[in-house]
Each structure stands twice: as structure tokens, then as C-alpha cells.
Design a protein around this ligand. Structure first.
Ligand code: R5P
Length: 296
């Protein structure tokens, strides 16, 4: 493996424990302003330092992430269809390799829709993207997306993950399922697990724990973090499982403690905000002796 590729990969999957915590905020590329991700800048800011890498589109990277960050970017380079369109699987590559380099992407991500109408197009696109990205030492993460009509069982996911790895993907992202060990065993490259729809925090931590135990390098989680009432508490608890080998009880205990501290902080903030307008009133009282600026 070339030095650059190895170096970029090691920013995403930490070499000391072979684990990864990726925060996914790319949902808008086909869902638009997803619930609780309406303002990506606000969502990303408190979470950025708690994830190993951030998965996003170039639009969100340029508008909502400070360029001074140390967090590596996993850039989604595929798209083309929306949730209300005819077929979600009709995706193409939408970002040039030059732009990905300008954005200092540590990896490129695209979806492959195995078993869908556009299977051929997306699988061929993955092969082409790997060939292009390897010229510049940039790893490719293949997202094994699931169409409405396709199941998420080990048989299907093993097929999709293996196909993505055979095309040269350096990491494969997929869903957790029963017998997940089989999916991991038959995929020659690291597997990272998507969180999926929002579920109770403890269940999401259990999913993370099960995925890692079955051999995944970690999670690429979105909704189960930023749709939580306490996103920072949730990402820290998820991190404890991935990087500190915490079990589910320990991680959930940590979540609850941090969540209650967060609630206290928020209610204190609300109380102070209620007091402020009165304080301001007295402070801002016009000094009748001084000339006041004109109102437009
Ligand atoms: C979906 O295609 C997006 O790539 C998301 O990044 C992915 O689904 C992970 O996010 P979540 O944990 O919300 O499922």
C-alpha cells in the first residue's frame, strides 16, 4: 500500500486499536434538511472533536466546518436522486477528484446499490472511483446502501460488502444484522457499521457493541447521535465502547450521567436567559443627558 493511502487510512481507522468512530452528517444529499440536522454547522460544532472522522458532502464541508479543524473528512462524492424521486439507486459520481483534493479529503465515499435497478452503474462507478482515487493515494469507502425492496440480512449484506471489496473499496460501510460475523468474515477489507434510524440510546449503544464484537472496526453513526436529546453525551458513550472497550452498561451509565449534566446546564442557561432582558433594560436605559444615536 502506498504511503499516502496508508497514512490517510490511519487517520480514519486508528492503527493502535484498529477502531474507528465516524460521524455521519451527509444525509442532506438525498434527504434535504433531515430532522435535527437542519443546521449542520450547529450540529457539527460540539461533536467535531469527539469523532475520529466526519462523513459529509462538499457543500456542508465548505459552509459548516472550520477549515482549521484536525478532524479528517470522509467526503461523499456520489448523489443524484432524492427521497421523493423515482429511484434512490440512480446515483453517479458528482465530485471531481481535483475538488476532493482541494478539500483535503482523507477518504472518498460513494454508495453501491447491489440488487437494485442501478446496480451495474453504481458498481462500475465504484471501480472507476477506486482507480482514480488510488492514483492520488486516497482511500474509498463504499456504502452498501439498501433499497426499499431489499432485506438487510447477512446473505444480502455479505454479497454487497464482498462485491464492494472486490472492486477495490478500502473500507465498506454496511448495516448490522443477525450473524454479522459472517458478513465480516467474508469481506477482506474493514467494515464499519451505519447506525440507521433513531432508536433508544441504550439500543444504539448495544448495536455499536455488537458490531465491534462481531469484528467491525466501529460505527459511522449519524441519526442516533445528533437526533439524541444529548448528542455530546451520546457520542462520548459510543466512543467509550469503540475506543475504551466499555460494555453497554458502562457506556449507558456514562450517557445518563452526561445527559443529566447537560439537562442541568440547559435549564440553568434558560433561567439566566429569562433574567437577562430585565438586566438589559436597566443597563440600556437611555442616558437622557447624552445625545442618542438616530434610529433608521
Ligand atoms: C446514508 O446513506 C448516509 O450515508 C449516512 O451516512 C448513513 O446512513 C449513516 O448514518 P445513520 O447512522 O444515520 O444511518
Amino acid at each position: 500500500m502506498d504511503w499516502g493511502l496508508k497514512n490517510r487510512l490511519s487517520r480514519i481507522i486508528k492503527p493502535h486499536n484498529n477502531r474507528a468512530l465516524m460521524l455521519a452528517v451527509d444525509h442532506g444529499y438525498f434527504l434535504g434538511p433531515t430532522e435535527k440536522l437542519e443546521n449542520p454547522k450547529k450540529v457539527i460544532a460540539p461533536l467535531l472533536r469527539h469523532c475520529d472522522s466526519l462523513m459529509l458532502t462538499r457543500g456542508v464541508q465548505r459552509t459548516s466546518v472550520p477549515a482549521e479543524t484536525d478532524t479528517p473528512m470522509v467526503l461523499r462524492v456520489s448523489g443524484g436522486s432524492s427521497i421523493i424521486g423515482e429511484d434512490l439507486s440512480q446515483e453517479d459520481i458528482t465530485v471531481s477528484i481535483q475538488d476532493a483534493i482541494r478539500l483535503n479529503a482523507s477518504a472518498l465515499a460513494m454508495s453501491v446499490f447491489v440488487g437494485s435497478k442501478y446496480e451495474y452503474q453504481t458498481v462500475v462507478n465504484l471501480g472507476k472511483l477506486v482507480s482514480e482515487a488510488e492514483q492520488y493515494g486516497i482511500p474509498v469507502l463504499a456504502v452498501t446502501a439498501v433499497g426499499k425492496e431489499l432485506g438487510k440480512d447477512a446473505r444480502y449484506l455479505s454479497l454487497a460488502c464482498r462485491m464492494a471489496a472486490e472492486q477495490g473499496a478500502h473500507i465498506v460501510k454496511t448495516y448490522y444484522c443477525d450473524n454479522f460475523e459472517k458478513v465480516v468474515e467474508s469481506c477482506p477489507v474493514p467494515i464499519i457499521v451505519a447506525g440507521g434510524k433513531k432508536i433508544p440510546e441504550r439500543d444504539a449503544l448495544q448495536l455499536t457493541y455488537n458490531a465491534v464484537k462481531a469484528g467491525a472496526v466501529g460505527v459511522d453513526m449519524g441519526r442516533n447521535i445528533w437526533q439524541s436529546e444529548h448528542p455530546v453525551a451520546m457520542i462520548k458513550a459510543t466512543r467509550a465502547i469503540i475506543h475504551q472497550n466499555a460494555n453497554v452498561d458502562q457506556a449507558f451509565k456514562m450517557y445518563k450521567k452526561l445527559a443529566s449534566e447537560d439537562s442541568q446546564k440547559k435549564s440553568k442557561g434558560k433561567k439566566q436567559n429569562k433574567k437577562k432582558p430585565n438586566q438589559n433594560k436597566s443597563k440600556n436605559k437611555p442616558n437622557q443627558n447624552k445625545p442618542q444615536p438616530k434610529k433608521n
